[in-house]
Design a protein around this ligand. Sequence first.
Ligand code: PHE
Ligand code: ZN
Length: 879
Amino acid sequence: MQRTDDGQKIRLSDYRPPAFLVRHVEMRIALHDGHAAVETTIHARRAEGADPAEPLVLDGDHLSLVALALDGTAIDPRRFDAAPDRLTIRDLPGSDAFALRIETRLEPETNTELMGLYRSNGIWCTQCEAEGFRRITYFPDRPDVLATYRVRLEADHEAAPVLLSNGNPSESGDLDGGRHFAVWDDPHPKPSYLFALVAGRLDVLRDGFRTASGRAVDLAVYTEPGLADRATYAMDALKRSMAWDERRFGREYDLDVFNVVAISDFNMGAMENKGLNVFNHKYVLLAPDTATDADYAGVETVIAHEYFHNWTGNRITCRDWFQLCLKEGLTVYRDQEFSADERARTVKRIASVHGLKAQQFPEDQGPLQHPVRPTQYREINNFYTATVYEKGAELVRMLATILGEAGFRAGMDLYFARHDGDAATIEDFLRCFADATGADLAQFALWYDQAGTPELEVQESFGDGRLTVSLRQSLAKGAAGTGTEPMHIPVRFGLVGADGADIAAEPVAGAAEIEGDVIHLVTAEAEVVFDGLAERPRLSMLRDFSAPVTLRHEQSREDKLALARLDPNGFGRWRALSDLLGEALRAAAVAADEAPLDPRLVEALVECAAEERLEPALRAQMIAIPGESEIARLVGANVDPEAVHRAREAAIRSVARAGAERFRAVRDGLSRSGEPFSPDASSAGRRALGNALLMFLSAAAAEPAEAFAAFRDADNMTDRMAAATILAHRFPGSSEAEEALDRFHDAFEADPLVLDKWFTLRATVPDPATLDVVRELSRHPKFTLANPNRARALIGGFATGNQRVFHRADGEGYRWTADRLGELDRLNPQTAARLATAFRSWRSYEAGRREQARAALSTLAARPDLSRDLRDILDRTLS
Ligand code: PHE
Ligand code: ZN
């Protein structure tokens, strides 16, 4: 049963400290087939200064109360009201501590929302962030109420030999009737959203880690039976994460055990519950034959992310959910830095920026816009967004750029020292950096409150050895309606000489402050002048994407082409190429022509592909042709997805034809046949380049033979998937494509994570007939809306990965998607709401499609029984 919407908004300005504090929580949870009995004892007292007459109000969500006792005696029914969503108790002692014992009874088997206690393939597990604990027991379910926990789990020994909760294991033993129990103690005070339990028949991979100060930690990764051998890479990533956090941030682990559990049915990627991280199995299970290099990188990132939360999230948590970016933005920054250190920094940075532009920019520029720290919400689940996570990480990165490495580290050290054990705010966080460095961060703080992507306009002029650079920032008011004040934008730059080296030029004192290679733009407009230049340099702006802005640099195509070849900053080369490509594709899509690309740009791309001294992963990124949704974003208004598709295809053909010969040679040179598969970054980079080239070669040949051979001979999932995608997407309906899809299906039908790939592969074929295919796939015996990964594979694959067919002119793509969302909403509102964001850019399409999308969304919104989650997204999307 889902919650329907009451339309109410929660506001940051209404924040009040809790009236009651909980010191300690004891739980006894007895798991049975069909139900769970939960006894919770809350050791609490009224907060100092709180009104002694105020009743105790505990949160609930579809709960039914079995029994209630205060300090060992049943409470007079006239003293409390127990509603499904709230338990109110009056006349509690003024300031004495009390123990409140609450009994509830749950049905994990019927929990399809996957929040609170549920069963996934028979395994009992929980998900409590953000407000799931209130589906287990009545509790002050807010992140600023922190308590220690002692949890006793009981279950049938057969059904659940493994019993896990947060903290350290304490007692365990047998009970009558084939049952057993285990007690877990978590000595670190935590908010209820970090509570977790897992119980079931699980396999385990064990290892250990010794912290810098000598604590021995038992590590375990639990999987469904028979899959523990697929957890070795996750375990390795975990140990590397633990060592990295010690090295880079001086943070050690703080319990005797660290457990990770891989679960099939999970709404998100993973969850950082204290000492017991629960993962979507997609981010744990890997094997060369079933997982791509992207999957390996994803596992490494998510394992690191959840582990890093132990300090940024758990030891220091958020005061309220408006502060979500305090833990998420910071932790994404930390996982990005980890990947950059473990893999290749420039490649990682390009991937992050690419992701930011693909996910966060459209969010920030459309109806779902919100500041990194929102000030109001109807449903907090809808704020686990690219803006909170990825833009939140960019803000931390800017802080590091502005303060420098040492200043940033000093601020972080102070944050850990000052706020350990606290539920903190963004103000607390920023104050640490200000106090540690003396910097004034008042203007910087605007980044957290002002939504939207600022534009940074740059103009340059040169004469008499002088380069004058004018900068101008502006921020348009968007859907969030927040402020538009000038912000502190750190602009990393370089002046590139004709020989491809950076020119060290002294800036002439001007309006903007320059520190090393960073211009600090703090006003709406500023000018910087460099003098004494022997030649006109090429200006490489916003290196490493030093701020999340849209750069409008009036720069000649010649300069951009030169930077694409010469910029000593790898990111700068990538950006020059992606700007040139983006501009060419935008223009072609607007004009609805299929003009070939500028031959000089084509030549630059081909040269890059063949440039031996560049690592292959970087070359693969440089020659990537922007995707259709990216081109649509650049077009911005009245988008015709057919024109976008044709423009992109024409660009691919130009590059493919001009480059075929060189591409062939490069691809042949990359092959290392006979070598065993290794998922390391440089092997993955070679595969990425080889497969990018295979796509161009197949496009040049206009026939599927080579891709089919690659599919047939592939000895790993990366190459198999790449070849299958080329076949299915570029040669739909060919016998080769059909055969590859069938073989793929038959070989991996029993492997849910690979079958998800097959669903997505088919749903993303850019051919009008795909609509019939997705209709048919939704009746496939292995399709189910109950499993979020499967629902995302088909519905999400189609709606976000198939621009041409989702945006069909007749509106059928919109209607099919909206109908599925309506069905999904009855089972799993969170996942339905998340998938509904596929509609967020509907207003930027041409009038006919706009009308079709509006109609499909309005029909869905007219359903009377929508969840609060989906209703909130639809209302904002349509407003
Ligand atoms: N806090 C989790 C993470 O980032 C995400 C999450 C949110 C998971 C809500 C489940 C529910 O890492
Ligand atoms: Zn997180």
